[in-house]
Design a protein around this ligand. Structure first.
Ligand code: CU
Length: 146
């Protein structure tokens, strides 16, 4: 191996280590944590459903499939936590709640989860943000915040 190649590999390895340490330092300084594991009770599911806990908190179990979300229209209370659990029945989809930072991937055989609140009344379209086939643009569901 040429001496210049060895130097290039050493410099690249050093920079890689430096970038990795910078990433760890930035995560530590900003308090970024790895998302917690899902509770063991949440298993992959194939039917969408809505649960309301005794304190009014909504748990929405969405299934994305070609080319719709189940459930399609859900009323949610303003200012209360909404737990979304998301799975996919066929291929990879995405779930984005418009005008929020709620953005999840729907992956067959797994469950992704996110908790958020809607603070303003209105109709929030949920769209698929991952191209999933010829009718991808028809994947729309709605959250109605009241
Ligand atoms: Cu799609």
């Amino acid at each position: 191996m040429d001496r210049a190649e060895k130097i290039a590999i050493m410099v690249a390895s050093g920079l890689l280590g430096l970038f990795f340490l910078a990433l760890l330092a930035a995560a530590k300084l900003q308090g970024i944590q790895v998302p917690p594991c899902l509770p063991p009770a949440v298993r992959p599911f194939s039917e969408g459903r809505i649960d309301t806990l005794p304190d009014g908190r909504r748990q929405l179990f969405y299934v994305a499939r070609m080319w719709r979300f189940e459930p399609e229209i859900v009323e949610v209370p303003i200012g209360k936590p909404i737990d979304i659990f998301l799975s996919a029945a066929d291929v990879t989809h995405g779930l984005y709640v418009s005008w929020t930072n709620t953005n999840l991937m729907a992956i067959p055989g797994s469950v992704n989860a996110y908790t958020f609140k809607l603070e303003k009344p209105g109709i929030y379209p949920i769209i698929c943000h991952e191209y999933c086939g010829s009718a991808h643009q028809n994947m729309v569901a709605y959250l109605i915040a009241k």
